[in-house]
Write a protein that binds this ligand. Structure first.
Ligand SMILES: [Zn+2]
Ligand SMILES: [Zn+2]
Length: 154
């Protein structure tokens, strides 16, 4: 399993807590970021979210997630996909473009070695959570989120 040590160059699998929704990713995973905003605390029911910006066609999904619609900070609609049985949040998508998603790192079967390369909304960071000082840290979020995301994907 030498390939497994390469990190992103592997076929990864994941799914919700109950297993009703499963997915695999056949391409190298882009880097992950963490977000410490209030919305991410709500959606994760935890201190922050960790997400991988990617595209829906990179996923091979079995099962039918439900969708909860909310609003991004931009005011544009945001579509939050989750398992209707166990409630696990799986990925989000928006409108710009609708094929762009953020996959939730916590749903990966083997994601423990994935470190966030950037942190958003550290101004709202939970007390006691220490960040690697070598990571890029934003007090809120970049003004142009779409451009920021494109940079991260490369
Ligand atoms: Zn489930
Ligand atoms: Zn957030």
């Amino acid at each position: 399993m030498a390939d497994a040590a390469k990190g992103s160059e592997r076929t990864v699998t994941g799914g919700c807590q109950c297993g009703a929704i499963r997915y695999s990713v056949g391409v190298a995973l882009p880097p992950a970021y963490a977000c410490h905003c209030g919305e991410c605390k709500k959606q994760s029911a935890s201190a922050f979210s960790m997400s991988i910006p990617m595209y829906f066609d990179m996923l091979d999904v079995t099962g039918s997630p439900k969708v909860y619609e909310s609003k991004a900070f931009s005011g544009r609609p945001k579509y939050n996909f989750f398992c209707g049985d166990c409630g696990t949040r799986l990925w989000h998508s928006g409108t710009n473009p609708p094929t762009a998603i953020t996959l939730k790192v916590g749903t990966l079967d083997q994601g423990a070695d994935i470190a966030p390369v950037e942190h958003l909304w550290v101004s709202q960071k939970q007390a006691g959570i220490m960040l690697d000082p070598k990571t890029v840290q934003h007090q809120t979020q970049p003004d142009d989120v779409i451009a920021w995301r494109k940079k991260l994907e490369q």
